[in-house]
Ligand binder design. Sequence first.
Ligand code: 5GP
Ligand code: SF4
Ligand code: MG
Length: 466
Amino acid sequence: CGVFGVVGITEASNFVALGLHALQHRGQEAGGIVTYDSHTGFNQARRMGLVRDNFTSADMMALLPGQIGIGHVRYSTAGHKGQTAIRDVQPFFGEFSMGGAAIAHNGNITNAVALRRELIERGSIFQSSSDSECIIHLMARSMGRTIPDRMEEALRKVEGAFSVVAMTQSKLVGCRDPLGVRPLVLGKLGDGWVLSSETCALDIVGADFVREIEPGEMVVISAEEGVQSHYPFRRAKSRFCIFEHVYFSRPDSILGGRSVYETREAIGRELAKEAPVDADLVCPVPDSGTPAAIGFSLESGIPYAMGIIRNQYMGRTFIEPSEQIRNMGVRLKLNVNRALIRGKRVILVDDSVVRGTTSQKIKEMILEAGAAEVHFRIASPPTQWPCFYGVDTPEREKLLAATMTEDEMRDHLGVDSLKFISLDGLYRAVGEARGRDATSPQYCDACFSGDYPVAPSDMIERGFIT
Ligand code: 5GP
Ligand code: SF4
Ligand code: MG
């Protein structure tokens, strides 16, 4: 998911819509915006589908007036796939004795089942099936005197990954979980302030990047008083999601002081060093494999070529929730550039293999087009474990790499070779010269290592994992 908020900015909703549009790659199922204006109070709009189709009309300002606003783009994670109902679309809103508040959440709450059960037993009435709604109910039960106080207390009970953007009538609030698993950045726009999942959305509204919100930090921002920062949680060593670098974030964003594009290019270079192969062309599986393919080409000296052309009007394959659509999706989205491929030994670079659907279809298409050899190089280690922190990976059994070795996957896909970057190679590419610190890893890499930095307690309770 993507979150975005502004305060102290005339026509806030237009800026929120623009920001969400730049974060659309983080979720395409639905979007919502809440604003506050002293004449009309809180106004809210939630819609299924893309930002550009829902939040660009001329009457936006009439619908969502005000100088403060937050928004959310949604993609559903484990458990709620394909059933996004409008009631699940964020931001969520609640009225408290001291006023209203809206909240938008990116991440996943790992103790949501237990929290929800407790809250319902004690009288909370949930409006949605979304885990994130727990935060509003926890706030309602808090005795805190201000809304930020209540949010702080609520978030102390929440486990897992969260980057939260919230608002009251006059204050914009941002918070990251103690490990800082999901990103959140602060920007300045004129006299106003911006919070965003990624820096690419600051660029689109013309805001200056100030800094990242730190892991475990909560910022309370108003136009008058600026940014107040505090640390509600016990300090922990940060474990940012390494997969944001590989795939999830946009290549024009800056993460942890590093350009995502450059990191991906470095991953490609590492791959070329770790798993070289003689071939005629290096082709990305667009778009997510493109920077890594460029890096592979630069390092190996093998020419880069656009052997697969992407239809820009299709979304991300894996964000299409149903399996049927996803299966078709690859062909709808990607086509082989036949004239280029015929008779060539081709290296295909993709960011990840999850179910193996994409690689399977691409291999078929590229052999049909007459390629002489097909070599897959993957810009992440084998995805062997599900993510419980807000990235939608399927159950373990459906992960190709959970049931097969690298060689078995190569034979299953019927390609000439298949290599994944090593975990250490990936760490080197994100700037850790000595690779992964096995005793205290610098990132969350649980989907590759099985080393979960926060116990997925709901899953343990339901007996899905031990
Ligand atoms: P597959 O087709 O193997 O199931 O998914 C791999 C493709 O989906 C890759 O091309 C990649 O760009 C995209 N993808 C990247 N990350 C994820 C993820 O976390 N989950 C899923 N399901 N797909 C992803
Ligand atoms: Fe990121 Fe993987 Fe950790 Fe999920 S499990 S937060 S995708 S590194
Ligand atoms: Mg892809």
